[in-house]
Design a protein around this ligand. Structure first.
Ligand code: HEM
Length: 500
């Protein structure tokens, strides 16, 4: 009797298990089918071998075949690549909060004391507070304005030195040095001899940092081979982290030794005061100071230097546009003085030329990678939690539906087009967008505008060795920030009516 009574319940249980398994399999099948399309990969390596020397270009080609939201495996890491403005809006605007964190990488671990900086740190209270602090103490309009006279002094020195050059000038090197000097004065309160950081000089060390930041490090993608450090990147990162650590330790000690009562003298003082204050709401120690200093240094130097280098290259390559820029400068500024920061708001044509150059050459073509913090469905595709998300800003700003004749350098396309540099509509993304968009945009733009306008206003330029404008080499070198592969060189002749 007892066993007979059990039959229905057993049947029910069996039916339940069967339905559950069926449902689970159906869901799995659905989940699989809903992943975005993408190329087949190799075992273990996945699609890593498809990135090549210029990953932004190769990923664009793959996206043309597989679509604007593309799925691939980089080693063992599920990765989603986003390649059009419409798809960009979904990831950087509509669902920005889901993609606001950065993946854990060896670079963040070694260079940033386990992600104690800003750009490579995890989304959460530490990142939020550190970002607020940097914005308030360094990147707000008031702070930027407080360094105006320093910039004026450095610009005048730069123009005077260039005026003495009667031969070919290495514009890439000279502009980089100017930006290093301005950044050091703003961050540390003084300029440093180039070899103070390392015998290679500041710019070379920052370049090495960007190379390591942008490298597809096998250790990040196939963790079990990480220990072997097959590409030697781990070794280079450890060496580099010691270079920065020694330099920042010395700067912090110098600041503590020469401390004075009163308001902070510079950004380091402001961070030290914050570290010592009792009422701070978040953990902030010496490693945080060093991590943030590194973020501000690399954030300010390579990005602005590469952006300036590309704008100057496009102007030299396009004499018609260069003439328009210079005519505007002559009209707005006049020929008897240098450009002042207060002139910049009146240089509309220069601004369009700058935007057009940043559209064609977003210096961080893949931005800084993000990671999804939860499972999410976008445009009908399943994006699994912990996917690496690569925004191909380079492909987005060449999307032919948004930008007719995308390869053409044509500043006039911005007349009546209010696509903005903050990426509000994701049409172009020179500074990224959303929560992780660049906090240094105002400072970065100011420096680029100032340097480009000054060089165009104070000098006429000629390419060396009889190179014609349309023959100028425009090849790129990939890293987190993509500069010219070869330095830009040109011959200046001073053209103002008065000496500076
Ligand atoms: C022309 C100059 C600059 C360009 C083109 C530029 C570009 C960018 C880009 C594309 C990103 C990634 C955004 C994203 O993932 O959505 C970024 C992030 C960042 N930039 Fe800039 N940048 C410039 C200047 C600066 C300056 C002057 C600073 C600071 C002194 C700075 C500090 C940072 C930091 C800290 C981040 C990481 C933000 C975060 O993850 O929360 N940048 N920048």
């Amino acid at each position: 009797m007892e066993s007979l009574l059990q039959w229905p319940s057993l049947l029910l249980i069996a039916l339940g298990v069967f339905s559950f398994t069926f449902l689970l399999n159906a869901l799995r099948r659905r989940g699989k089918a809903l992943l975005p399309p993408g190329p087949r990969g190799l075992p273990i390596l996945g699609n890593l071998h498809m990135l090549g020397d210029l990953p932004h270009r190769n990923l664009q080609k793959l996206a043309q075949k597989y679509g604007p939201i593309m799925y691939m495996n980089l080693g063992l890491v599920p990765t989603v690549v986003v390649s059009t403005p419409q798809a960009g809006i979904q990831f950087l605007r509509t669902h920005d909060s889901v993609f606001a964190t950065r993946p854990i990488t060896e670079f963040g671990k070694y260079l940033f004391y386990d992600r104690k900086g800003l750009g490579f740190s995890e989304y959460g209270p530490y990142w939020r507070n550190a970002r607020k602090f940097c914005t308030f103490e360094l990147l707000s309009n008031t702070k930027i304005d407080s360094f105006k006279s320093m910039r004026k002094e450095e610009m005048a020195l730069f123009v005077r030195t260039l005026k003495e050059t009667h031969d070919v000038a290495d514009l890439s090197a000279k502009v980089a040095q100017l930006i290093v000097d301005m950044s050091c004065r703003m961050l540390f309160g003084q300029k440093y001899m180039d070899e103070s950081l390392d015998e290679r000089g500041f710019k070379a060390v920052v370049d090495e940092t960007m190379n390591l930041a942008g490298a597809f490090n096998v250790a990040d993608y196939i963790p079990f081979v990480g220990q072997l450090d097959l590409q030697g990147l781990g070794k280079r990162m450890k060496k580099l982290s010691k270079v920065y650590n020694d330099f920042f330790e010395k700067i912090i000690d110098d600041h503590l030794r020469t401390k004075v009562k009163g308001p902070p003298r510079d950004f380091v003082d402001a961070m030290l005061a914050f570290m010592e204050s009792k009422d701070r709401e978040f953990q902030f120690d010496r490693n945080c100071i060093k991590g943030i200093l590194l973020d501000m240094l690399i954030g300010a130097v390579d990005t602005a230097a590469a952006t300036t280098e590309w704008v100057l290259s496009e102007l030299l390559r396009n004499p018609r546009v260069m003439k328009n820029v210079r005519d505007e400068l002559a009209r707005v500024v006049g020929m008897d003085r240098m450009v002042e920061e207060s002139d910049l708001g009146n240089l509309d044509y220069l601004d369009m030329a700058l935007k057009e150059s940043m559209r064609l050459h977003p210096v961080a073509p893949l931005l800084v990678p993000r990671e999804s913090m939860e499972n999410i469905t976008i445009e009908g595709y399943h994006i699994p939690k912990k996917s690496r998300v690569i925004i191909n800003a380079w492909a987005i700003s060449r999307d032919s539906t948004a930008w007719p004749n995308p390869e053409e350098f044509n500043p006039e396309r911005f007349i009546g087009n209010n696509a903005d540099m903050r990426g509000s509509d994701c049409l172009f993304l020179p500074f990224g967008a959303g929560r992780r968009g660049c906090p240094g945009i105002s400072l970065g733009l100011l420096v680029v505008r100032l340097v480009v306008s000054q060089l165009m206003h104070c000098f006429s330029w000629e390419l060396p060795d009889g190179v014609k404008p349309n023959e100028l080499d425009m090849s790129e070198k990939f890293s987190l920030v993509v500069p010219r592969a070869n330095h830009l060189k040109a011959i200046p002749s001073y053209r103002l009516l008065k000496d500076v």
